[in-house]
Design a protein around this ligand. Structure first.
Ligand code: HEC
Ligand code: HEC
Length: 278
């Protein structure tokens, strides 16, 4: 089957989605750029035939907000991050721009994170805070705070449209296994695992919400619910609270491993940062 090009003006996307369960990727177009929103599942994603972007499952109105950067509220925060990029802070009197000439130089980075390095799993947030503390002599930013999500959105944006492609072998293998285990472990008073909703029941309704595969290719994501950018870990935390489980620590080892595992399940989907969700 041929890949189906979904354009901004496509009126009844869900009708078409039903007929796109094929091996060829489906794409959408934002500002003239093609985004893969549906692709064959990678071999390591054992129980899925296809991987799909969360964009597909949102309402027509919510989807539309992501199709035009002017309408996408996430860009308000990206603009603020451009100011932060140039802002001098810390004992060394430096800004990000003092050392990194162009933020565009980070193109591709988002597709490869988190990555294993010297026995640790490193996220985008870790890289930013490492520069703040080690290079600038500045205080680290709060892991899921407004400055951090703005900056990770600005850096992530440089990879927009590129395909997710994290390494899961070598040093990363042990973290990936741990993330996989967490993904399938039932937790909380409702005794549910991530897979119970996002693998077993995606594309069904849970109360008023259309369940997606819980992919992370759009993060940080602007949510209409709280009118700000949300980090991957903040979203994981919210899902754990919803099943009445004690969430793991934001920025901690469990969520980082889970982030790697889920990123690997999105292999082949385009980075949509900053995406828009409800
Ligand atoms: C004093 C110089 C300096 C400052 C200031 C600085 N950085 Fe860095 N940054 C570096 C060096 C050196 C590296 C490691 C070399 C590399 O990987 O490019 C790095 C690496 C990074 C990386 C990882 C790149 C990669 O490919 O792994 C990111 C992301 C980053 N910096 C973001 C920032 C941000 C955001 C700021 C401002 C909050 C900032 N940096 C401030 C010097 C600096
Ligand atoms: C009771 C069902 C349920 C469980 C269990 C659950 N979630 Fe979710 N999750 C949701 C709903 C509902 C949404 C919002 C609609 C959607 O995107 O699926 C959501 C959204 C997400 C998103 C955002 C997707 C996007 O495109 O923006 C991520 C990521 C996510 N969940 C990860 C997880 C992780 C990790 C776990 C396990 C710790 C988990 N979820 C467990 C119901 C669940």
């Amino acid at each position: 089957m041929k890949a189906i090009k979904l354009l901004v003006s496509t009126a009844c996307f869900m009708g078409m989605a039903a007929s796109t369960h094929a091996e060829e990727p489906a794409t959408l177009s934002i500002e003239g750029q093609a985004f893969t929103i549906q692709a064959s599942a990678p071999a390591h994603t054992e129980n899925l035939d296809e991987v799909t972007s969360g964009w597909i499952y949102r309402t027509k109105e919510t989807r539309a907000l992501q199709l035009d950067d002017f309408d996408n509220p996430g860009f308000v925060f990206v603009d603020k991050a451009i100011d932060l990029w140039n802002e001098v802070d810390g004992s060394e009197d430096k800004s990000c721009a003092s050392c990194h000439e162009n933020v565009e130089d980070f193109a591709g980075l988002r597709t490869t994170l988190p990555r294993a390095e010297d026995g640790e799993l490193v996220t985008m947030e870790d890289l930013v805070n490492e520069c703040r503390t080690e290079q600038m002599g500045a205080e680290p930013w709060k892991y899921s705070g407004g400055k951090m999500t703005g900056m990770t959105a600005l850096i992530g944006l440089q990879s927009r449209g590129m395909l997710m492609n994290v390494a899961i072998d070598g040093e990363a293998a042990a973290f990936w296994e741990k993330g996989k285990e967490l993904y399938y472990t039932r937790v909380g008073q409702l005794d549910m695992s991530c897979s119970n909703c996002h693998e077993d029941n995606y594309d069904t309704m849970i109360r008023a919400d259309h369940l997606s595969q819980g992919q992370t290719n759009g993060f940080p994501t602007y949510r209409l619910k709280n009118a700000k950018l949300n980090s991957t870990h903040a979203r994981f935390k919210g899902c754990m609270k919803n099943i009445r489980a004690q969430p793991y620590k934001v920025g901690g080892d469990e969520f980082k491993s889970l982030e790697l595992y889920i990123a690997s399940r999105g292999q082949g989907l385009s980075v949509e940062t900053p995406s828009v969700r409800n």
